[in-house]
Design a protein around this ligand. Structure first.
Ligand code: HPA
Length: 258
């Protein structure tokens, strides 16, 4: 089953006809909330709000391990993450929908592996290509079907937050090769990989990164809301087309096609 992990602006999947809500307990504690299962465009899909249904969990407070574990345990076989980001690159202005192909992790102090503890053998999972190309293909084909422009190919910088960046930090991220900045992309992506769940992200640009474009003098939180709401409507149209496509596709082995 396809699972959608919703971020800011997507705390529920409005067109989902809900059939059940499942409370999940995991060896890693509680996920961000109950897992909603329902039908989207005739196909069974799961949904989990990453920040909790009341949007109370900051990026560093999210129990990523519990979320991923719970989704897999309840039958998820592929994950699409929806996240809001700041755009470093002028090509990715507010309202752009971007499918990242690479990431750089700047987060710290988050539980970022299932392979730890006395009972666990150490595993160094391959993460050369952090996002699943097959899942991106499904999203791209669906975006064409939905008539929603989407750009593929960007490097996502995962920052710790919850504060936004300084202009100098954004300059550094750009020098590092990053095009987008978000706070929740890691360790989510690597935990999905460890569980061999194909994972791709739909990044919605809600602001120019600090010091760039219209954020030269600071990031306006007021401007973000309408962009987020409008963009999520487009994302939902894509997801409605993804659901039946994902149901027809066989998930790639080991959770990735490079
Ligand atoms: N930086 C980090 N995370 C974000 C941003 C940003 O500018 N916008 C939305 N999420």
């Amino acid at each position: 089953m396809l699972a959608v992990l919703g971020g800011s602006g997507l705390t529920e999947l409005a067109p989902l006809t809900v059939t059940r809500k499942q409370i999940a307990r995991t060896p890693y504690g509680e996920p961000s909330g109950p897992i909603t299962v329902g039908r989207l465009n005739g196909v069974e899909v799961m949904f989990l709000a990453r920040h909790g249904y009341g949007h109370t969990l900051a990026p560093h407070e999210v129990n990523y391990r519990a979320n991923l574990w719970a989704l897999k345990d309840k039958g998820a076989r592929r994950i699409i993450s929806v996240c809001s980001v700041g755009g470093i690159d002028a090509r990715f202005g507010p309202g752009s929908i971007v499918l990242p192909t690479q990431l750089i992790d700047y987060t710290w102090g988050r539980s970022a592996t299932f392979f730890e503890g006395a009972e666990q053998a150490v595993v160094h999972v391959d993460f050369t290509h952090p996002y699943c190309a097959q899942t991106r293909r499904l999203i791209l084909d669906s975006a064409v079907e939905a008539g929603v422009p989407v750009v593929e190919g960007a490097t996502y910088a995962a920052t710790q937050g919850p504060r936004l960046e300084t202009a100098a930090e954004v300059d550094r991220l750009e020098r590092d090769g990053a095009h987008l900045i978000g706070m929740t992309g890691m360790p989510e992506a690597v935990l999905a990989r460890e569980l061999e769940l194909p994972y791709a992200a739909i990044a919605v640009v809600v602001n120019a990164a600090a010091g760039r474009g219209e954020s030269a003098g600071g990031i306006s939180q007021e401007a973000m809301g309408p962009i987020l709401r409008e963009s999520m409507q487009r994302v939902i149209r894509i997801l409605e087309c993804v659901a039946p496509r994902a149901a027809r596709a066989n998930p790639s082995p080991k959770g990735a096609t490079p």
